[in-house]
Design a protein around this ligand. Structure first.
Ligand code: AMP
Ligand code: ZN
Length: 491
């Protein structure tokens, strides 16, 4: 099967064919940096990471541009409240965002750009829109005349006979010819940051930022543009209008939108106050990779309702995955090989690739790998697994992990490096800790430690639980978590 995506623009699942063979140019709307990003935001960023990783896995060279919105009403308001210059204020949250990205194993896009570094480019595009009759000035601000762009509404398939209230663009009180028109450039207000430009003193509107930065780095027409579904209207609709009016060319070929992360059925959002940041969850003992796992586990077009219970389960699934990986890498198997297992590992690989080809069906891709794990564990328990089968299984896991990025247990190492955990705190990393030599632990002692690990897991102390697992492993004891409880055996 070929790679296909649901394209919001056409409302259909379509085979993906980039403009230039072997190359993908894609743009993702980045964060608005006026506070820590919440894990709803990260649902979208994790989806986009899986997207870029899978495109690369499929052999494409990816040029991915992400912006940072470092000037808008929210950033200005919060910078003022903090008593800081805008750039100084946003720099803090840009840095925090980069730290969070590293913790969540998000790859860095090839180009990451700040809106305030592109003011001159934005002014040029607005001038083009004025020249072509798509934009007008009113009291020092500039607006896009929606009526002049008949295709307006094609992405969201919105009926504009009524006026949508509450859209972010309408929040500012400026004088427009029509309520549908949206702002391109805002005249300076006293006390707000502003730039002196040929358009006058002011600052850009939010929508023009993305049109300009995407086209600057990716060309007037490019392959993929993506964001959360809240951006379809008005943000992406407005981007299409601005870009296509300015260039006369199609702007984007595939629009991919992720569904929201919800809490009790409501969108997780800063304004509703129902959000968790990554830091909130780390402080409660959850692992960044378990959060990544949870966010990646539901296909991007399905809503995902966040609960701490769901996060517990994600962490347990991840343990199971990692336990199998350890077992595969460390257990001594009888010599020889069983060709049926090599075949089984190859089939699992094909299954997860087929799932991801189908509009990035991550749930199916996970199921494919967990079926392999279950069968692998059974074969090992029954003594059927051979040393020569190890390579095929490891290869399947490694390939799967190129996309999911959760197999390596580097959480604590990273949390230490980034200052979330003190040097002196135990964190399950074996280096420097004395370990009993293999085979010296009594069965009773092993059972006792398993019980302690179980209690740690129940109270959500996954760091301690992991430490125990790691210590047992160092002592030559392998754990396997099953539905019936934790089983163990000596290596
Ligand atoms: P913002 O920082 O508000 O500009 O948002 C950054 C990204 O997060 C955008 O792609 C939004 O669509 C996305 N986003 C915001 N809230 C959620 C949510 N609850 N679930 C999924 N994505 C979200
Ligand atoms: Zn955008």
């Amino acid at each position: 099967m070929s790679l296909s995506f649901f394209n919001t623009l056409t409302g259909k699942v379509e085979e993906f064919k980039p403009l230039e063979q072997g190359h993908v140019r894609m743009y993702t709307c980045g964060p608005t940096v006026y506070g820590f990003a919440h894990i709803g935001n990260f649902r979208t960023f994790v989806f986009q990471d899986i997207l870029r990783r899978y495109l690369k896995y499929r052999g494409y060279e990816v040029l991915h541009v992400m912006n940072v919105t470092d000037v808008d009403d929210n950033t200005i308001r919060n910078a003022q409240a903090a008593g800081l210059a805008l750039r100084e204020f946003t720099a803090r949250y840009i840095e925090a965002f980069q730290v969070d990205r590293e913790l969540l194993n998000l790859e860095t896009p090839e180009v990451v750009v700040r809106a305030t570094d592109h003011i001159a480019d934005m002014v040029k595009v607005i001038e083009t829109l004025i020249e072509k009759g798509f934009a007008y000035e009113s009291n020092g601000s500039y607006y896009f005349r929606v009526q002049s762009f008949p295709a307006y509404g094609k992405l969201s398939r919105t009926d504009f006979s009524g006026i949508r209230a509450g859209a972010r663009v309408d929040a500012d009180k400026y004088d427009k010819d029509s309520a549908r028109d949206f702002v391109l450039w805002k005249a300076a207000k006293p006390g707000e940051p502003a730039w002196d430009t040929p358009l006058g003193r002011g600052r850009p509107g939010w929508h023009i930022e993305c049109s300009v930065m995407s086209m600057k780095y990716l060309g007037e027409t490019f392959d993929i543009h993506s964001g959360g579904s809240d951006l379809i209207f008005p943000h992406h609709e407005n981007e299409i209008a601005q870009s296509e009016a300015a260039t006369g060319k199609p702007f984007v070929r595939y629009w991919l939108h992720s569904e929201h992360l919800t809490v009790n059925g409501e969108k997780m959002s800063k304004s509703l106050g129902n959000f968790y940041t990554l830091r909130d969850l780390i402080a409660q003992g959850y692992k960044p990779t378990a959060i990544r796992y949870l966010l990646a586990s539901v296909p991007f077009r399905k809503p995902l309702n966040f609960t701490l219970d769901g996060l517990h389960q994600a962490q347990q699934s991840l343990d199971r995955l990692r336990n199998f990986h350890y077992r595969l890498a460390m257990e001594k198997f009888p010599a020889g090989e069983n060709p049926a297992f090599a075949e089984r590992a190859r089939a699992a690989r094909l299954e997860f690739e087929t799932a991801l080809d189908d509009d990035l069906n991550t749930a199916e891709a996970l199921a494919a790998i967990f079926n392999l794990i279950r069968e692998g564990n059974t074969a090992m328990d029954q003594g059927e697994f051979r040393a020569g089968d190890r390579g095929d299984f490891l290869d399947a896991l490694k390939r799967w992990n190129q996309i999911f990025g959760v197999l390596d247990d580097k959480d604590h190492e990273k949390l230490r490096k980034l200052g979330f955990v003190q040097e002196s705190e135990p964190c399950g990393i074996p280096d420097g800790h004395p370990r009993p030599p293999a085979g010296t632990l009594s069965s009773q002692e092993i059972e006792r430690q398993i019980q302690e690990r179980e209690q740690a897991r129940r109270r959500g102390d996954y760091a301690r639980a992991d430490q125990i697992r790691q210590e047992l492993l160092e002592a030559g004891v392998l754990l396997e978590d099953t539905k019936a409880g934790t089983r163990w055996k000596r290596r």
